[in-house]
Write a protein that binds this ligand. Structure first.
Ligand SMILES: [Zn+2]
Ligand SMILES: [Zn+2]
Length: 403
């Protein structure tokens, strides 16, 4: 079943990166890269400072190897971090459509990019573009993780985890010697005593905590990424597959995920053949068509439309993430998502597709009742809306009563 219908070709054009100074500045001047670089600097500086006290660079062969390994991991982390940020995921050309216009019916249309979304592409609201093989928008690199930078992003994660494991061990050994400085002074080798001032000690403990935090948090993310790369799924596709497998179907209608070519081919596709054009030339398994997943997405979208309910806004909402005026319970039970929050005014109508106890997710409609061309989607407090079951006159009465 898992056989390639065609192999990735060496004729595919190489990745070209063109970046203006403005874009370079735009990517880097964001809290994500600034915090990430600060963390990398703190851990690197602290590790080198403390380690140079108890195991100076040229004191032994093991020290030389240890230092070089640590510097290599720091270099690899920074190199892959900047590559992932500046290469970017690859964007779908604006107004894109397949060569054969008939095939447009298998694809979703992006009203914002005024073009069709190729297989595996999704629109990123933060990047304001349709992204090739979009995985997720990563605030740490202030860019999307997708087709072109998937390998660099994954290498950044593993380099950071390995670097922080080594750093945690070195810092722990340094701190142990710093806390037992008297013992080492009396009985140890005086040349390699770790003596830290109170500020240096606080900074080292802080860096040690940061390094452990990176190992746990980034290690978890790396595990999830590798699990998905092995299945040739992105985070978004993983969600589509879960819904596809749980959707009611006809007896002989089984869903086969079209891109799972076997774990080794899948890994090679991310790390060895990222030069595919990222639009339509995805290798697929026998028994599937290039549009198997996009057709499934269109069906799921229709299914979602059929389940949506219209709500009317009876209390205005300014789009705040912590709307204190809507009650403390609303603030304490936010949706676990960084998706957009929609500002709403009394009388607005919203098609709701997801329900939480205190929040709703939906798409804002135009005043005339039809969907807006660029329908804004997002979360808003549940207490601001009532289900649209009454006439407009009655709704305005309810609004008046509540305001
Ligand atoms: Zn788009
Ligand atoms: Zn993005």
């Amino acid at each position: 079943m898992t056989k390639l219908t065609h192999k990735p070709g060496p004729h595919s054009p190489p990745i070209q990166v063109k970046m203006s100074m403005y874009e370079l500045f735009y990517r880097i001047s964001h809290w994500g890269p600034i915090v990430a670089m600060t963390i990398i600097n703190c851990i690197t500086f602290s590790t080198l400072q403390v380690t140079s006290m108890w195991s100076p660079f040229f004191s032994s062969w093991s020290s030389v190897i240890c230092h070089l390994l640590f510097l290599f991991l720091v270099g690899s982390t920074l190199y892959n971090f900047f590559c992932a940020m500046f290469i970017g995921p690859g964007y779908v050309p604006l107004g894109w459509h397949p060569e054969n216009i008939d095939e447009c019916r298998f694809l979703q249309y992006c009203a914002l990019c005024k073009g069709y979304k190729p297989p595996r592409a999704h629109h990123c609201r933060k990047c304001k573009r349709c992204v090739m093989k979009m995985d997720h928008h990563c605030p740490w690199i202030n860019n999307c993780c997708g087709h072109r930078n998937h390998a660099k992003f994954t290498l950044f994660l593993i380099s950071a985890v390995c670097g922080c494991i080594l750093s945690s061990v070195l810092l722990f050994m340094g701190l142990y010697r710093a806390f037992r400085v008297n013992w080492y002074f009396l009985y140890g080798d005086h040349q390699y005593i770790v003596y830290l001032t109170i500020y240096q000690l606080a900074f080292t403990v802080f860096s040690f905590g940061l390094a452990l935090g990176v190992v746990l948090a980034v290690g978890g993310l790396f595990y999830v990424q590798m699990k998905q790369i092995i299945k040739n799924e992105t985070s978004i596709e993983n969600w589509i597959v879960i819904k596809a497998l749980s959707r009611p179907r006809l007896e002989n209608d089984t869903f086969i995920y079209p891109y799972n070519l076997g774990w080794w081919e899948n890994i090679k596709q991310v790390f060895w053949y990222p030069q595919e054009n990222g639009l339509t030339d995805w290798p697929i398994v026998r028994g599937c068509s290039p549009y198997t997943l996009t057709v499934e997405q269109l069906i799921q979208k229709e299914d979602k439309k059929a389940r949506k309910k219209q709500y009317t806004i009876v209390k205005s909402y300014n789009g705040s993430w912590f709307p204190l005026s809507k009650g403390i319970r609303t603030c304490l039970n936010p949706p676990c998502s960084d998706e957009y929050r929609i500002p709403l005014s009394i009388g607005d109508k919203v098609y709701v597709t997801r329900w939480r106890k205190r929040w709703l997710y939906g798409e804002k409609c135009s005043v005339t009742g039809g969907l807006e061309e660029n329908g804004v989607k997002g979360w808003f407090p549940r207490c601001c809306a009532v289900e649209f079951t009454t006439t407009d006159g009655e709704v305005s009465k309810v609004a008046k009563k509540l305001s």
